[in-house]
Design a protein around this ligand. Structure first.
Ligand SMILES: C[S@@+](CC[C@H](N)C(=O)[O-])C[C@H]1O[C@@H](n2cnc3c(N)ncnc32)[C@H](O)[C@@H]1O
Length: 254
């Protein structure tokens, strides 16, 4: 019974994540959802800025603290180990839902692209970004990243083994293709409002900081990551160099 409950919890967490992911595409792209990022401002500027900064900080803290191995060791004294990743996914989604619900548009257009061709290119870049994010999760292991593999294995009563650390095509030209996808999704817009610019700058800063923590954990789990880091650029792809780390190595630092 407990196994089934944990499994259903994992499925529910994934469903919440997937709905949040779809909403985020409309929220940031300003289409198809009831509330988007760039609606008109109806709150004093400083108040709106403070609220938005608080919402971004909430997500950043949740997302980074709960990902650290030390936190996981402490947390899994209370939460079953097999449900740890699903709980992380659920809390991340809840932080994003809070961001969507309480976000305060700042108003004001900083720049606007009017050429139809350039607008089409920017919309294409936006779609490319989201596509790259999704594809990267499958290249790493989508089902492990979102906790489904963990709850499935415990349902079967089978032990959990870390997924292997692979270096598929995009990871051979850049170390963080998923974050590159985020950067496309956050920056590619034909109408850059003050709100959008604030969001893009803050999330870019967060990505740059989060990479430092993530890579520290990756080096600790995989000493060979150090060499991979020397060969492959962080965010700007290089098609000249190729990672030699093409084998499958156990990944323990999730
Ligand atoms: C949200 S994913 C982002 C992955 C990567 N930073 C990117 O941008 O493509 C974070 C998780 O991916 C794992 N990870 C990072 N690089 C990886 C790689 N090359 N192969 C497998 N897992 C990786 C990290 O350990 C972390 O648990």
């Amino acid at each position: 019974m407990k196994r089934l409950l944990i499994f259903l919890y994992g499925i529910a967490s994934y469903a919440v994540f997937f709905a949040t992911f779809l909403y985020a595409i409309g929220f940031i792209g300003n289409f198809g959802v009831p509330k988007t990022m760039d609606s008109l401002r109806d709150t004093p500027l400083v108040t709106a800025l403070l609220i938005d900064a608080g919402l971004l900080a909430l997500f950043a803290l949740q997302h980074s603290i709960m990902a650290r191995p030390a936190f996981k060791r402490w947390w899994t004294r209370m939460v079953p180990e097999s449900a740890e990743r699903s709980t992380y996914v659920l809390f991340s989604s809840l932080a994003l839902i809070a961001l969507f619900a309480f976000w305060q548009p700042l108003g004001g257009v900083v720049w606007e692209v009017t050429s139809p061709v350039a607008r089409a290119v920017l919309y294409g870049a936006y779609a490319f970004g989201w596509g790259l994010v999704l594809v990267s999760t499958f290249l790493i292991n989508h089902f492990d990243l979102f906790g489904l593999r963990q709850v499935w294995l415990q349902l079967l009563g089978r032990p959990y083994h870390s997924v292997p650390f692979v270096v598929p095509a995009p990871y051979q030209v850049v170390r963080h293709p998923l974050y590159v996808g985020w950067l496309f999704a956050f920056w590619a817009t034909p109408v850059m409002t003050a709100t959008h610019l604030f969001f893009a700058i803050a999330t870019t800063a967060y990505i740059l900081i989060a990479i430092q923590f993530e890579e520290r954990d990756l080096v600790a789990a995989h000493p060979e990551y150090e060499q991979y880091r020397r060969r492959v650029p962080m965010l700007i792809p290089s098609f000249k160099r190729r990672a030699s780390t093409q084998g499958r190595v156990a990944l323990g630092g999730r």
